[in-house]
Design a protein. Sequence first.
Length: 330
Amino acid sequence: MSEAPHLTFDLDTPGVSRGHLFVPGGADRGELSLPVFSLNQGEGPRLLVTGGNHGNELEGPIVARRLINWLPEAQTCGRVIVLPVLNPLAVQAWSRNTPLDGLNLNRVFPGRADGSVTERIADAVSHVLLPMADTVFDLHSFGPTWDFPPAATTHPVADPDLMARTVRMAEAFNLPLTLVWQHNDTAGMFDITAQKQGKVFVCAEFGGGAVGADNLAIYEAGVRNALMALGLVEGKAEYPTFRHRSSGQTLETHPSDELKSPAAGIFEPRCSVLDEVKQGDLVGILHPMDSLSSKSIDIRAPGTSTVLAISSGMHVDASKVVALVARPRK
Ligand SMILES: [Zn+2]
């Protein structure tokens, strides 16, 4: 029997600690040591910040490292634990999933102690770090094949009190978009495990496409705003603008708000994220490439809505989601 997952330092130590989350080895590979930063300033909120859940979303790890740099000067109370890279195997491969076992870390929570490496990471995080926090910020971005506005997101939560607290926390990022996102693929998400333990969980989704300085500045300002709202740091909230838009919208999106490719081909975007569209407005065009006699097909908005996410111009299979729209939260 291998060693149980553990931290290499005591989180109760006052002040700054740096060490590792030890993830035991298994049949597929040896142990992993994930770098962890902790700043314990006594009584107050207990926050866990994670990045690198998906290996091709690198804004989160970068902002987590920036946070570690300024937190010692700024944090006045409580405890913040930062784990910049949850899945180093995926990050090193710039891959959404872990190359070794092909698994999506954000679909295997709470993990398995005797599972493959991705499941062992989830198990270590669920059992060692999660119990030490009341609030979790999991820093994602939308991946390289999408355009997406800076957003603090949550899925619908069954407990109305936890839902209200989660939406308030997400809105405290002061980002251009707060999103309640209902989709059908939530089993095994980190959110679900944390919410089952009664924790407020906010997932940040930013940008997509290339990692850029402007998006990183917005991202970091959002995280700082949220830390201020928790009372962990002092200062004045910022209201970052994104493509000339400031904060303020809280929207919701459902599975029926996914616009899918009507055929295989190249998707051409015809609008931008945060555009307001009416029923029948052109969102994009699908160009079949198998024959020049195949007509290009318009993809139109199903109703009055805001364009939330739009796929980069790329070749897609039939029935692949190419755009998402959203509406004001009821
Ligand atoms: Zn992600």
